[in-house]
Design a protein. Sequence first.
Length: 441
Amino acid sequence: MLGAVLTNLGLIVILFAPNLDYMHAFFSVLTGLGNSLVYVSSHVLSGLYYSKYRSLATGIATAGSCLGSTVFPILIHELIQYYGLLGSLFIISGLNLHLLIFTALLWPVPRRTQVLVSRADNLEEPESVTHGVNQNVEIEMRRDALSRSIYCDNEDHNGGVSVPREVLNQQLDINSECKDENLCVENVNIDKNNVSSPLMWSTSKPQASASQTKTRITDFLIYLLSNIFWNAGARIMLIFFADDAFSMGLNNRDLIILFDLIGPANCVGCVLGGMLGNIRHFDRIHVYILGNFGAGLLACLIPWKATHTFWCLAIIVFLFWLMYGIILGLLVVVTSDLLGTKALGCGFGFLTFSHMIGTFGGPCIAGTGSFVGPLITDWYIDSFENNDLAMYLSGGFLILGGAVMCLVPLRRRLCHTSHPTVVRCHDREEIIEPPDRCTGI
Protein backbone atom coordinates (compact mmCIF):
# COMPACT_ATOMS: atom_id res chain seq x y z
CA MET A 1 0.00 0.00 0.00
CA LEU A 2 2.83 2.44 0.83
CA GLY A 3 4.43 1.76 -2.54
CA ALA A 4 1.14 2.40 -4.36
CA VAL A 5 0.67 5.70 -2.52
CA LEU A 6 4.22 6.88 -3.27
CA THR A 7 3.95 5.88 -6.93
CA ASN A 8 0.70 7.74 -7.50
CA LEU A 9 1.84 10.74 -5.46
CA GLY A 10 4.94 11.09 -7.61
CA LEU A 11 2.94 10.83 -10.83
CA ILE A 12 0.33 13.36 -9.73
CA VAL A 13 2.90 15.92 -8.58
CA ILE A 14 4.86 15.87 -11.85
CA LEU A 15 1.71 16.92 -13.71
CA PHE A 16 2.15 20.34 -12.12
CA ALA A 17 5.96 20.38 -11.95
CA PRO A 18 7.35 23.71 -13.18
CA ASN A 19 10.78 22.36 -14.19
CA LEU A 20 12.88 19.23 -14.55
CA ASP A 21 14.25 19.43 -11.02
CA TYR A 22 10.79 18.69 -9.63
CA MET A 23 10.40 15.82 -12.09
CA HIS A 24 13.72 14.34 -10.98
CA ALA A 25 12.71 14.56 -7.33
CA PHE A 26 9.18 13.24 -7.61
CA PHE A 27 9.13 11.01 -10.68
CA SER A 28 12.62 9.53 -10.54
CA VAL A 29 12.94 9.18 -6.76
CA LEU A 30 9.42 9.02 -5.34
CA THR A 31 7.74 7.06 -8.12
CA GLY A 32 10.77 4.81 -8.54
CA LEU A 33 10.84 4.03 -4.82
CA GLY A 34 7.11 3.31 -4.83
CA ASN A 35 7.37 1.00 -7.82
CA SER A 36 10.23 -0.88 -6.14
CA LEU A 37 8.15 -1.39 -2.99
CA VAL A 38 5.19 -2.61 -5.04
CA TYR A 39 7.32 -4.96 -7.14
CA VAL A 40 9.18 -6.60 -4.26
CA SER A 41 6.21 -6.89 -1.90
CA SER A 42 3.84 -8.26 -4.56
CA HIS A 43 6.28 -10.99 -5.57
CA VAL A 44 6.99 -11.93 -1.97
CA LEU A 45 3.28 -12.05 -1.15
CA SER A 46 2.65 -14.30 -4.15
CA GLY A 47 5.20 -16.66 -2.65
CA LEU A 48 3.57 -16.55 0.79
CA TYR A 49 -0.07 -16.89 -0.28
CA TYR A 50 0.50 -20.10 -2.20
CA SER A 51 2.65 -22.76 -0.62
CA LYS A 52 2.09 -25.86 -2.71
CA TYR A 53 2.12 -23.96 -6.01
CA ARG A 54 4.54 -21.25 -4.90
CA SER A 55 6.81 -21.63 -7.92
CA LEU A 56 3.95 -21.42 -10.41
CA ALA A 57 2.36 -18.47 -8.58
CA THR A 58 5.55 -16.42 -8.56
CA GLY A 59 6.22 -17.36 -12.18
CA ILE A 60 2.81 -16.05 -13.25
CA ALA A 61 3.29 -12.89 -11.17
CA THR A 62 6.63 -12.23 -12.86
CA ALA A 63 5.08 -12.94 -16.25
CA GLY A 64 2.62 -10.14 -15.53
CA SER A 65 5.51 -7.73 -15.07
CA CYS A 66 7.03 -8.85 -18.37
CA LEU A 67 3.70 -8.46 -20.14
CA GLY A 68 3.30 -4.94 -18.78
CA SER A 69 6.78 -3.94 -19.90
CA THR A 70 5.86 -5.20 -23.38
CA VAL A 71 2.43 -3.63 -23.79
CA PHE A 72 2.82 -0.28 -22.03
CA PRO A 73 5.68 1.17 -24.14
CA ILE A 74 3.54 0.68 -27.24
CA LEU A 75 0.49 2.13 -25.48
CA ILE A 76 2.39 5.14 -24.14
CA HIS A 77 3.89 5.85 -27.57
CA GLU A 78 0.42 5.96 -29.10
CA LEU A 79 -0.88 8.16 -26.27
CA ILE A 80 1.94 10.66 -26.79
CA GLN A 81 1.19 10.78 -30.51
CA TYR A 82 -2.47 11.65 -29.91
CA TYR A 83 -2.51 13.60 -26.63
CA GLY A 84 1.01 14.95 -26.26
CA LEU A 85 3.35 14.47 -23.32
CA LEU A 86 1.23 16.23 -20.70
CA GLY A 87 -2.00 14.58 -21.79
CA SER A 88 -0.42 11.14 -21.80
CA LEU A 89 0.90 11.78 -18.27
CA PHE A 90 -2.65 12.51 -17.08
CA ILE A 91 -3.88 9.25 -18.59
CA ILE A 92 -0.99 7.23 -17.17
CA SER A 93 -1.55 8.75 -13.72
CA GLY A 94 -5.19 7.72 -13.90
CA LEU A 95 -4.33 4.19 -15.02
CA ASN A 96 -1.80 3.88 -12.23
CA LEU A 97 -4.52 4.41 -9.62
CA HIS A 98 -5.35 0.74 -10.06
CA LEU A 99 -2.49 0.03 -7.64
CA LEU A 100 -4.47 1.61 -4.81
CA ILE A 101 -7.54 -0.46 -5.66
CA PHE A 102 -5.80 -3.81 -5.92
CA THR A 103 -3.55 -3.28 -2.90
CA ALA A 104 -6.66 -2.46 -0.87
CA LEU A 105 -8.17 -5.77 -1.99
CA LEU A 106 -5.15 -7.78 -0.86
CA TRP A 107 -5.51 -9.64 2.41
CA PRO A 108 -2.74 -10.23 4.97
CA VAL A 109 -0.88 -13.50 4.96
CA PRO A 110 -3.25 -15.99 6.67
CA ARG A 111 -2.44 -16.82 10.27
CA ARG A 112 -2.40 -20.51 9.40
CA THR A 113 0.30 -19.90 6.81
CA GLN A 114 2.36 -17.90 9.31
CA VAL A 115 2.15 -20.78 11.79
CA LEU A 116 3.23 -23.28 9.13
CA VAL A 117 6.15 -21.07 8.14
CA SER A 118 7.22 -20.78 11.78
CA ARG A 119 7.01 -24.55 12.23
CA ALA A 120 8.88 -25.23 9.01
CA ASP A 121 11.82 -23.21 10.30
CA ASN A 122 11.90 -25.38 13.43
CA LEU A 123 11.66 -28.74 11.73
CA GLU A 124 14.65 -30.96 12.26
CA GLU A 125 16.61 -33.39 10.16
CA PRO A 126 14.64 -36.29 8.70
CA GLU A 127 14.99 -39.52 10.61
CA SER A 128 14.36 -42.91 9.06
CA VAL A 129 12.70 -45.45 11.32
CA THR A 130 12.43 -49.09 10.29
CA HIS A 131 10.53 -51.33 12.66
CA GLY A 132 9.03 -54.78 12.17
CA VAL A 133 9.90 -58.01 10.48
CA ASN A 134 9.72 -56.66 6.96
CA GLN A 135 12.18 -54.15 5.50
CA ASN A 136 9.37 -52.56 3.45
CA VAL A 137 8.06 -50.97 6.63
CA GLU A 138 9.87 -47.68 6.42
CA ILE A 139 8.69 -44.23 7.32
CA GLU A 140 10.62 -41.01 7.15
CA MET A 141 9.30 -38.40 9.51
CA ARG A 142 10.07 -34.98 10.81
CA ARG A 143 9.34 -33.69 14.23
CA ASP A 144 8.28 -30.19 15.14
CA ALA A 145 10.40 -29.17 18.12
CA LEU A 146 7.75 -26.72 19.29
CA SER A 147 4.49 -28.61 19.05
CA ARG A 148 5.79 -32.24 18.99
CA SER A 149 3.52 -32.98 16.05
CA ILE A 150 4.29 -35.21 13.07
CA TYR A 151 3.91 -33.97 9.51
CA CYS A 152 2.49 -36.46 7.05
CA ASP A 153 1.76 -36.84 3.39
CA ASN A 154 -1.78 -37.77 2.39
CA GLU A 155 -0.76 -39.52 -0.82
CA ASP A 156 -1.05 -43.27 -1.22
CA HIS A 157 2.41 -44.69 -2.02
CA ASN A 158 2.53 -48.00 -3.86
CA GLY A 159 -0.70 -49.30 -2.43
CA GLY A 160 0.34 -48.49 1.12
CA VAL A 161 -1.85 -47.83 4.10
CA SER A 162 -3.28 -44.52 5.20
CA VAL A 163 -0.89 -42.09 6.82
CA PRO A 164 -0.85 -41.85 10.64
CA ARG A 165 -3.03 -39.25 12.21
CA GLU A 166 -2.50 -39.45 15.94
CA VAL A 167 0.31 -40.30 18.28
CA LEU A 168 -1.01 -42.33 21.21
CA ASN A 169 1.41 -43.37 23.93
CA GLN A 170 4.26 -42.48 21.55
CA GLN A 171 2.94 -44.99 18.99
CA LEU A 172 1.70 -44.33 15.46
CA ASP A 173 -1.83 -45.41 14.69
CA ILE A 174 -1.30 -46.61 11.13
CA ASN A 175 -4.96 -47.41 10.52
CA SER A 176 -6.26 -43.85 10.77
CA GLU A 177 -6.37 -41.20 8.09
CA CYS A 178 -4.38 -37.99 7.97
CA LYS A 179 -7.00 -35.28 8.20
CA ASP A 180 -5.51 -33.06 10.86
CA GLU A 181 -3.79 -30.12 9.23
CA ASN A 182 -1.09 -30.17 11.90
CA LEU A 183 -0.08 -33.78 11.28
CA CYS A 184 2.05 -34.45 8.25
CA VAL A 185 4.69 -37.07 7.37
CA GLU A 186 6.36 -37.45 3.97
CA ASN A 187 7.84 -40.34 2.01
CA VAL A 188 5.70 -43.13 3.43
CA ASN A 189 6.41 -46.62 2.10
CA ILE A 190 4.39 -49.12 4.12
CA ASP A 191 3.21 -52.53 2.99
CA LYS A 192 -0.01 -53.00 4.94
CA ASN A 193 0.17 -56.78 4.59
CA ASN A 194 3.48 -56.97 6.45
CA VAL A 195 3.07 -54.53 9.32
CA SER A 196 3.54 -56.56 12.49
CA SER A 197 4.21 -53.94 15.14
CA PRO A 198 3.76 -50.24 15.67
CA LEU A 199 6.33 -47.71 14.58
CA MET A 200 7.81 -45.94 17.56
CA TRP A 201 8.57 -42.26 17.84
CA SER A 202 12.22 -41.61 17.04
CA THR A 203 14.60 -39.65 19.18
CA SER A 204 14.60 -35.96 18.44
CA LYS A 205 17.70 -34.02 17.45
CA PRO A 206 18.73 -30.46 18.35
CA GLN A 207 17.32 -27.56 16.43
CA ALA A 208 19.17 -25.90 13.58
CA SER A 209 22.41 -24.46 14.88
CA ALA A 210 24.18 -21.26 14.02
CA SER A 211 26.28 -23.18 11.49
CA GLN A 212 23.13 -23.92 9.50
CA THR A 213 22.30 -20.23 9.38
CA LYS A 214 25.84 -19.49 8.23
CA THR A 215 25.54 -22.15 5.55
CA ARG A 216 22.27 -20.72 4.28
CA ILE A 217 23.76 -17.24 4.11
CA THR A 218 26.79 -18.63 2.26
CA ASP A 219 24.52 -20.31 -0.30
CA PHE A 220 22.55 -17.11 -0.72
CA LEU A 221 25.71 -15.03 -1.25
CA ILE A 222 26.75 -17.49 -3.96
CA TYR A 223 23.29 -17.11 -5.48
CA LEU A 224 23.57 -13.32 -5.25
CA LEU A 225 26.93 -13.33 -7.04
CA SER A 226 25.52 -15.63 -9.71
CA ASN A 227 22.59 -13.28 -10.15
CA ILE A 228 24.98 -10.37 -10.69
CA PHE A 229 26.73 -12.18 -13.55
CA TRP A 230 23.39 -13.29 -15.01
CA ASN A 231 22.08 -9.75 -14.90
CA ALA A 232 25.27 -8.33 -16.42
CA GLY A 233 25.10 -10.76 -19.33
CA ALA A 234 21.44 -10.03 -20.02
CA ARG A 235 22.00 -6.25 -19.90
CA ILE A 236 24.89 -6.50 -22.35
CA MET A 237 22.71 -8.47 -24.74
CA LEU A 238 19.89 -5.95 -24.46
CA ILE A 239 22.08 -2.88 -24.97
CA PHE A 240 24.61 -4.00 -27.58
CA PHE A 241 22.59 -6.43 -29.70
CA ALA A 242 21.17 -3.63 -31.85
CA ASP A 243 24.62 -2.43 -32.98
CA ASP A 244 25.69 -5.98 -33.71
CA ALA A 245 22.50 -6.62 -35.70
CA PHE A 246 23.04 -3.50 -37.81
CA SER A 247 26.58 -4.64 -38.58
CA MET A 248 25.08 -7.92 -39.88
CA GLY A 249 22.96 -6.01 -42.40
CA LEU A 250 19.57 -6.00 -40.67
CA ASN A 251 17.35 -2.94 -41.16
CA ASN A 252 15.25 -1.06 -38.62
CA ARG A 253 12.10 -3.04 -39.38
CA ASP A 254 13.80 -6.38 -38.77
CA LEU A 255 15.37 -5.09 -35.57
CA ILE A 256 12.01 -3.88 -34.24
CA ILE A 257 10.51 -7.32 -34.86
CA LEU A 258 13.41 -8.98 -33.03
CA PHE A 259 12.97 -6.69 -30.04
CA ASP A 260 9.23 -7.32 -30.08
CA LEU A 261 9.99 -10.99 -29.41
CA ILE A 262 11.56 -10.17 -26.04
CA GLY A 263 8.29 -9.57 -24.20
CA PRO A 264 6.42 -12.72 -25.31
CA ALA A 265 9.53 -14.85 -24.75
CA ASN A 266 9.88 -13.46 -21.22
CA CYS A 267 6.22 -14.14 -20.42
CA VAL A 268 6.37 -17.72 -21.68
CA GLY A 269 9.68 -18.27 -19.91
CA CYS A 270 8.37 -17.03 -16.55
CA VAL A 271 5.37 -19.35 -16.66
CA LEU A 272 7.52 -22.24 -17.90
CA GLY A 273 10.04 -21.63 -15.13
CA GLY A 274 7.25 -21.61 -12.57
CA MET A 275 5.88 -24.89 -13.91
CA LEU A 276 9.31 -26.56 -13.93
CA GLY A 277 9.96 -25.35 -10.41
CA ASN A 278 6.71 -26.87 -9.23
CA ILE A 279 7.57 -30.36 -10.50
CA ARG A 280 8.56 -32.33 -7.48
CA HIS A 281 11.44 -34.26 -9.03
CA PHE A 282 13.06 -31.17 -10.60
CA ASP A 283 15.75 -29.38 -8.62
CA ARG A 284 15.07 -25.66 -9.02
CA ILE A 285 18.72 -24.77 -8.59
CA HIS A 286 19.65 -27.11 -11.45
CA VAL A 287 16.98 -25.50 -13.65
CA TYR A 288 18.45 -22.09 -12.77
CA ILE A 289 21.96 -23.28 -13.68
CA LEU A 290 20.82 -24.79 -16.99
CA GLY A 291 19.02 -21.55 -17.82
CA ASN A 292 22.25 -19.59 -17.37
CA PHE A 293 24.27 -22.03 -19.45
CA GLY A 294 21.63 -22.14 -22.18
CA ALA A 295 21.36 -18.36 -22.45
CA GLY A 296 25.14 -18.00 -22.46
CA LEU A 297 25.61 -20.49 -25.28
CA LEU A 298 22.87 -18.81 -27.32
CA ALA A 299 24.56 -15.43 -26.94
CA CYS A 300 27.85 -16.93 -28.16
CA LEU A 301 26.09 -18.24 -31.29
CA ILE A 302 25.16 -14.75 -32.52
CA PRO A 303 28.63 -13.76 -33.88
CA TRP A 304 28.79 -16.89 -36.06
CA LYS A 305 28.23 -16.06 -39.72
CA ALA A 306 25.95 -19.08 -40.17
CA THR A 307 23.39 -17.38 -37.91
CA HIS A 308 23.47 -14.01 -39.68
CA THR A 309 20.00 -14.37 -41.16
CA PHE A 310 16.78 -12.89 -39.86
CA TRP A 311 15.12 -16.20 -39.00
CA CYS A 312 18.18 -17.64 -37.26
CA LEU A 313 18.54 -14.49 -35.19
CA ALA A 314 14.82 -14.52 -34.41
CA ILE A 315 15.06 -18.08 -33.07
CA ILE A 316 18.17 -17.25 -31.03
CA VAL A 317 16.64 -14.07 -29.60
CA PHE A 318 13.41 -15.82 -28.65
CA LEU A 319 15.22 -18.75 -27.00
CA PHE A 320 17.65 -16.42 -25.22
CA TRP A 321 14.90 -14.37 -23.62
CA LEU A 322 12.92 -17.54 -22.96
CA MET A 323 15.87 -18.74 -20.85
CA TYR A 324 16.01 -15.33 -19.23
CA GLY A 325 12.32 -15.58 -18.37
CA ILE A 326 12.75 -19.06 -16.88
CA ILE A 327 15.39 -17.71 -14.50
CA LEU A 328 13.28 -14.63 -13.77
CA GLY A 329 10.34 -16.82 -12.79
CA LEU A 330 12.54 -18.85 -10.44
CA LEU A 331 14.13 -15.96 -8.54
CA VAL A 332 11.57 -15.84 -5.72
CA VAL A 333 11.24 -19.57 -5.19
CA VAL A 334 15.00 -20.22 -5.29
CA THR A 335 15.44 -17.47 -2.70
CA SER A 336 12.83 -19.25 -0.58
CA ASP A 337 14.65 -22.56 -1.02
CA LEU A 338 17.97 -21.10 0.07
CA LEU A 339 16.92 -18.81 2.92
CA GLY A 340 13.58 -20.21 4.02
CA THR A 341 10.17 -18.59 3.79
CA LYS A 342 10.67 -16.35 6.80
CA ALA A 343 13.56 -14.51 5.18
CA LEU A 344 11.98 -14.43 1.71
CA GLY A 345 11.17 -10.71 1.78
CA CYS A 346 14.60 -9.62 2.95
CA GLY A 347 16.40 -12.00 0.60
CA PHE A 348 14.40 -11.00 -2.46
CA GLY A 349 14.91 -7.35 -1.60
CA PHE A 350 18.67 -7.81 -1.67
CA LEU A 351 18.37 -9.83 -4.86
CA THR A 352 16.59 -7.05 -6.74
CA PHE A 353 19.60 -4.78 -6.23
CA SER A 354 21.36 -6.63 -9.03
CA HIS A 355 18.80 -5.78 -11.71
CA MET A 356 16.85 -2.75 -10.49
CA ILE A 357 18.67 -0.44 -8.10
CA GLY A 358 22.01 -1.55 -9.52
CA THR A 359 21.58 0.70 -12.57
CA PHE A 360 22.35 3.67 -10.33
CA GLY A 361 25.72 2.20 -9.40
CA GLY A 362 24.91 2.00 -5.68
CA PRO A 363 27.40 0.96 -3.03
CA CYS A 364 25.99 -2.58 -2.75
CA ILE A 365 28.05 -5.05 -4.76
CA ALA A 366 24.80 -6.69 -5.89
CA GLY A 367 24.05 -3.57 -7.87
CA THR A 368 27.06 -3.84 -10.14
CA GLY A 369 25.36 -6.31 -12.47
CA SER A 370 23.57 -3.87 -14.76
CA PHE A 371 26.03 -1.00 -14.21
CA VAL A 372 29.51 -2.47 -14.55
CA GLY A 373 28.61 -5.01 -17.25
CA PRO A 374 27.82 -2.48 -20.01
CA LEU A 375 30.75 -0.26 -18.95
CA ILE A 376 33.21 -3.15 -19.30
CA THR A 377 31.66 -4.09 -22.63
CA ASP A 378 31.85 -0.52 -23.94
CA TRP A 379 35.54 -0.33 -23.05
CA TYR A 380 36.08 -3.77 -24.59
CA ILE A 381 34.44 -2.81 -27.89
CA ASP A 382 36.31 0.50 -28.12
CA SER A 383 39.62 -1.27 -27.50
CA PHE A 384 39.18 -4.02 -30.09
CA GLU A 385 36.67 -2.29 -32.46
CA ASN A 386 34.55 -5.41 -32.77
CA ASN A 387 30.85 -5.58 -31.85
CA ASP A 388 30.91 -9.37 -31.77
CA LEU A 389 32.97 -9.23 -28.59
CA ALA A 390 29.93 -7.87 -26.77
CA MET A 391 27.98 -11.03 -27.51
CA TYR A 392 30.88 -13.22 -26.38
CA LEU A 393 31.18 -11.18 -23.21
CA SER A 394 27.44 -11.48 -22.61
CA GLY A 395 27.60 -15.23 -23.02
CA GLY A 396 30.68 -15.39 -20.83
CA PHE A 397 28.95 -13.54 -17.99
CA LEU A 398 25.92 -15.82 -18.23
CA ILE A 399 27.99 -19.01 -18.27
CA LEU A 400 30.02 -17.64 -15.36
CA GLY A 401 26.79 -17.03 -13.47
CA GLY A 402 25.76 -20.65 -13.96
CA ALA A 403 29.23 -21.88 -12.99
CA VAL A 404 29.17 -19.84 -9.78
CA MET A 405 25.76 -21.26 -8.88
CA CYS A 406 27.19 -24.77 -9.29
CA LEU A 407 29.03 -24.13 -6.03
CA VAL A 408 25.77 -24.59 -4.09
CA PRO A 409 25.04 -28.22 -5.14
CA LEU A 410 28.79 -28.92 -5.04
CA ARG A 411 29.01 -27.73 -1.44
CA ARG A 412 26.00 -29.85 -0.51
CA ARG A 413 27.54 -32.90 -2.11
CA LEU A 414 30.86 -32.36 -0.34
CA CYS A 415 29.05 -31.82 2.95
CA HIS A 416 26.76 -34.82 2.32
CA THR A 417 23.78 -32.52 2.62
CA SER A 418 20.58 -33.77 1.02
CA HIS A 419 18.51 -31.51 -1.18
CA PRO A 420 15.77 -29.40 0.40
CA THR A 421 12.89 -31.68 1.28
CA VAL A 422 9.29 -30.88 0.43
CA VAL A 423 6.68 -31.47 3.10
CA ARG A 424 3.14 -31.61 1.77
CA CYS A 425 -0.20 -31.64 3.51
CA HIS A 426 -3.37 -31.16 1.47
CA ASP A 427 -2.83 -27.93 -0.49
CA ARG A 428 0.24 -26.64 1.35
CA GLU A 429 3.94 -27.09 0.87
CA GLU A 430 6.94 -26.14 2.96
CA ILE A 431 10.63 -26.41 2.11
CA ILE A 432 12.87 -27.86 4.81
CA GLU A 433 16.65 -27.72 4.55
CA PRO A 434 18.26 -30.62 6.48
CA PRO A 435 21.29 -29.76 8.61
CA ASP A 436 24.74 -29.94 7.06
CA ARG A 437 27.08 -32.70 8.12
CA CYS A 438 30.11 -30.45 7.84
CA THR A 439 30.55 -26.89 8.98
CA GLY A 440 33.90 -26.03 7.52
CA ILE A 441 32.60 -25.08 4.07
